[in-house]
Write a protein that binds this ligand. Structure first.
Ligand code: DLL
Length: 441
């Protein structure tokens, strides 16, 4: 058996912090000039703030630059933030926007290579070598999970099983017949697979899995322990977002104490979500990313809305990249349901498009490690019906419209007018019973 390599790109992953800073300084100056010259949207934002590319001489000047928010992406949809000729782009991926328009991110071949190197780093940190069989059950398609990990797995030289999500019986059959050694999926699906394996009479030692790389949604340390026990593996966290590339912006090493951010490609800042002020290391706040190498869709000071803490404490794995904690919450109202990002404003858009008033309530819970998602919606007094057949028909129609907008299927319940309790102040739109299990997003 081949000894696992410790790092995919040792030089980059273990370089002294002063060197990381130097590289970031140089790349930042170039990237800011590049966006200013090539993206009118940025030029306007910077001009409005009175800052020119020449004002940015190093990362110490980063705070002078304007933030970019998800709303900017909606405003610039679809090509407004594209920094290169569309002919140079080879792929798009997409994630939820706050209303009907989705976020679309573009990639050149160099962008894809850089991203796949990041996911390869994550795989190697979890012990991957070319002898491994990597079962990728993140979704393939517009979602970045499947193809991002898939590309990294190729770079490491692993045998890659492009399973995509769902079809649990086939997942288990391939896992057992093809001897998968590394499992990549959302943590809730990993837990679900563990339960299914048990139901089918398999013990943890019956599979050949040694590690799992799980992310795209919040999960707790308790959940990590359950998954590790159920599958007989070591479970690693991985973080990322479509806007910045996808999975692999940050990844866990064998220490399992926070995720190393790939700082040769991205600068991370923590800000106060209310004031925008940059906070010192070790303080809890909103994570902001600046890309350093992206060609098609470079983002400067992009507000992720994820709340976390950064730490530069030395890590025994030898990597020098700063570490982020698991996201501890959001500074907006985004929910992650079965690994899919959902905004209440998307639900309101569907209701309005389908002729309903936005009197609704979202109820989330977790049953057998899987999210349940119910939406109660009031009927109006004019179109009220109490015929069960008619109600079922309307519920189905609304449910289909929700599925088309959100990509996941809620259970829609139509209720009599005025049956959702009115609150004195802000409407209580969300009842998230998953908090009982430590899930905070
Ligand atoms: O979820 C990318 C990804 C795919 C990451 C596979 C890891 C594995 P988006 O769909 O754009 O991209 O969603 C990004 O998901 O801002 C976080 O709020 C949340 N998120 C991602 N990873 C984690 C994680 C992908 N490990 C949003 N823990 C981010 C908690 C996570 N939340």
């Amino acid at each position: 058996m081949r000894m696992p390599k410790k790092y995919f790109q040792q030089e980059a992953e273990t370089m002294p912090v002063e060197e990381i800073k130097k590289i970031q300084d140089e790349k930042l100056v170039k990237q800011v000039k590049y966006v200013y010259d090539n993206v009118k949207y940025y030029r306007d934002l910077m001009d409005k703030k009175g800052v020119k590319p020449e004002d940015i001489k190093s990362t110490a000047d980063l705070h002078k630059l304007p933030f970019l928010k998800k709303d900017d992406l909606r405003e610039a949809y679809p090509y407004g933030l594209l920094a290169t000729d569309l002919n140079k782009c080879v792929r798009i991926h997409s994630t939820s926007g706050t209303t009907g328009k989705r976020v679309v991110a573009f990639y050149t071949q160099n962008d894809i290579d850089m991203w796949e190197e990041c996911t390869a780093r994550a795989l190697v940190a979890a012990g991957a070598t070319e002898e491994d069989v990597v079962q990728v059950c993140y979704g393939y398609g517009l979602f970045t999970g499947g193809s991002g990990i898939h590309g990294g797995s190729h770079k490491v030289g692993c045998l890659t099983l492009p399973m995509s999500s769902g079809n649990t019986d086939r997942q288990i059959q391939f896992m057992m017949d093809l001897n998968s050694t590394i499992l990549c999926c959302t943590p809730s699906y990993a837990a679900y697979l563990g339960e299914n394996l048990k139901e089918k009479g398999y013990k943890p030692e019956d599979n050949k899995l040694k590690a799992g790389i799980f992310g795209a949604e919040p999960w707790t340390e308790e959940m990590r322990r359950d998954i590790e026990k159920a599958l007989g593996i070591k479970a690693y966290d991985i973080y990322g977002l479509t806007e910045i590339s996808g999975p692999g912006v940050a990844f866990e090493c064998e220490e399992q104490k926070g995720m190393h951010i790939n700082e040769d490609h991205f600068i991370a800042e923590i800000i106060d979500p209310d004031t925008g002020e940059v906070l010192p290391e070790g303080t809890k706040g909103e994570l902001v990313f600046t890309s350093l190498d992206k060609e098609a869709f470079p983002l400067i000071r992009y507000r992720t809305r994820d709340i976390c803490i950064l730490s530069r404490e030395k890590c025994s794995c030898g990597r020098t990249f700063v570490r982020m904690t698991k996201p501890m919450g959001r500074s907006d109202d985004m929910m992650i349901i079965r690994g899919v990002n959902v905004f209440p404003s998307q639900i309101e858009t569907v209701l309005l498009n389908c002729g309903y008033a936005p009197n609704y309530q979202i109820i989330l819970d977790r049953v057998n490690n899987s999210d349940t998602f119910d939406i109660n919606v009031e009927m109006g007094t004019e179109d009220f019906s109490d015929t069960p057949k008619e109600i079922t028909k309307r519920e189905k129609k609304l449910q289909d419209a929700m599925k088309a907008m959100l990509g996941i299927n809620p259970k829609v319940h139509l209720l009599a007018p005025k049956s959702i309790p009115r609150s004195e102040g802000k409407a209580v739109r969300l009842i998230d019973n998953r908090k009982r299990y430590g899930i905070t997003i």
